[in-house]
Design a binder for this molecule. Structure first.
Ligand code: NAD
Length: 305
C-alpha cells in the first residue's frame, strides 16, 4: 500500500462518532496505532461527558486486530489537549498525525446569538484545534516530521445561515492550518484543512421546513461519514509528503481542491482616495466581481452520489 500508516501513531479528536469515527477506523486499518479522543458530549457540548463512544471505537479497532486507546479529555482544555498527546506517547511511544475533528454547534441567527453561543463554538473548533496542534508541535519539531489535518467547513469557506460562530471558527481553522504549514515546514511538518460533507447528527440538526430544504436534506442523507476517511489517511501518510497548506473538500466519492483568497481586481490612483472618489470610481469598477451572498448549498448544487 502506498498510503501506509504502519509504525505511525495518530490522534483523532471527536472520534467517537460520525466523521472522526470513520477516520480512526481507517487509520487503524492502514496500520496506525490510534488515540481515539471523544468527550462524548451532546451536539451543543454543554452536558456531562460520556466516554463510551470513544471506547466503542477502540473496541472495534482492537477486535479487528489493531491498536488503540480511548481518551475522554476536552479539546477545549489546553491541559486536556496535552493529556491526549501524552496518551499517544505513553501508550505507543510517539505521535505522527493529529486530526482536529471534534466539533459542536450552537446555530442561531446572528442578532439572537448570545456570547456563550459564540464562545462555546470557538472554544471547541478554533481554540481546540490550536490546543491539540500546539500540544503535538513540540514532538513533531523534535522528530522532524508530523502531519496535521484540521476539519474546516464550507460554512466558513463559502458561508451559511445562522452559523456566524461556526463560520468564524471554521475559517479561523483554515488560517490556523496555513500558518502552521508555513511555520513548521522547516521541521518537515505538514498541515492541511479538509471540509467534509457527511450525514451525521451535526447535519441532522439543520432545520428543514420548506419543500426545497426537505429535498436538500434527503440528498444530504446519502453522504456517508466513512467516505471522508481515505483522503485524510492518505494526507497523513508519507504519500502526502508534498501536500501542505492546502484546503480540500470531500463529499461521498468527490474530492475537491479549494481556492484560497487572492486579489482579483485592483484600483490605484497616484493622488490617493477620498470617500467620494471611492464611491464614484471603486465601487462601480469592482461591482461586477462582487460575490453574491451565497450559502454553501448554493455552490454545491449537484447530486452528491
Ligand atoms: N458532517 C458534516 O457534513 C460536516 C460538514 C462540515 C464540517 N464538519 C466538521 O467535521 C467534524 C466532525 O463532525 P461530525 O459531523 O462527525 O459531528 P459529530 O457530532 O457526529 O461528531 C463530533 C464529535 O466531537 C465530539 N466532541 C464535541 N466536543 C468535544 C470536545 N470538546 N472534545 C472532544 N470531543 C468533542 C462529540 O462528542 C462528537 O462525538 C467537525 O469538526 C465538524 O465541524 C462536518
Amino acid at each position: 500500500m502506498v498510503a501506509n500508516m504502519t509504525g505511525k501513531v495518530a490522534l483523532v479528536t471527536g472520534a467517537g462518532r460520525g466523521v472522526g469515527r470513520g477516520i480512526a477506523l481507517e487509520m487503524a486499518a492502514a496500520g496506525a496505532a490510534v488515540v481515539v479522543n471523544d468527550l462524548g458530549s451532546s451536539l451543543k457540548g454543554d452536558d456531562g461527558a460520556d466516554t463510551s463512544p470513544a471506547q466503542q471505537v477502540v473496541d472495534e479497532i482492537v477486535q479487528a486486530g489493531g491498536r488503540a486507546v480511548a481518551n475522554g479529555d476536552s479539546v477545549a482544555s489546553y491541559e486536556g489537549a496535552h493529556e491526549m498527546v501524552r496518551a499517544a506517547i505513553d501508550n505507543f511511544g510517539r505521535i505522527d498525525a493529529v486530526v482536529n475533528n471534534a466539533g459542536n454547534l450552537r446555530d442561531t441567527l446572528f442578532h439572537k446569538m448570545e456570547e456563550d453561543d459564540f464562545d462555546a463554538v470557538i472554544a471547541v473548533h478554533l481554540k481546540g484545534s490550536f490546543n491539540v496542534s500546539r500540544a503535538a508541535a513540540s514532538f513533531f519539531k523534535e522528530q522532524g516530521s508530523g502531519a496535521y489535518v484540521h476539519m474546516t467547513s464550507t460554512s466558513g469557506l463559502v458561508g451559511n445561515f445562522g452559523q456566524a460562530n461556526y463560520s468564524a471558527a471554521k475559517l479561523g481553522v483554515a488560517g490556523l492550518s496555513k500558518s502552521i504549514a508555513l511555520d513548521m515546514a522547516r521541521f518537515g511538518v505538514r498541515s492541511n484543512a479538509v471540509a467534509p460533507f457527511a450525514w451525521t447528527r451535526m447535519v441532522d440538526s439543520i432545520p428543514a421546513t420548506t419543500p426545497e430544504q426537505i429535498k436538500r436534506i434527503e440528498g444530504l442523507k446519502k453522504l456517508v461519514p466513512e467516505k471522508i476517511a481515505p483522503f485524510v489517511v492518505a494526507l497523513c501518510s508519507d504519500a502526502g509528503a508534498k501536500v501542505s497548506g492546502q484546503i480540500f473538500g470531500v463529499r461521498n466519492n468527490e474530492i475537491y481542491l479549494f481556492s484560497q483568497p487572492r486579489p482579483i481586481r485592483t484600483a490605484h490612483t497616484s493622488d490617493g482616495w477620498t470617500p467620494d472618489s471611492v464611491a464614484e470610481r471603486v465601487f462601480p469598477m469592482f461591482e461586477k466581481d462582487f460575490y453574491p451572498l451565497h450559502r454553501s448549498g448554493d455552490v454545491f448544487t449537484w447530486d452528491p452520489v
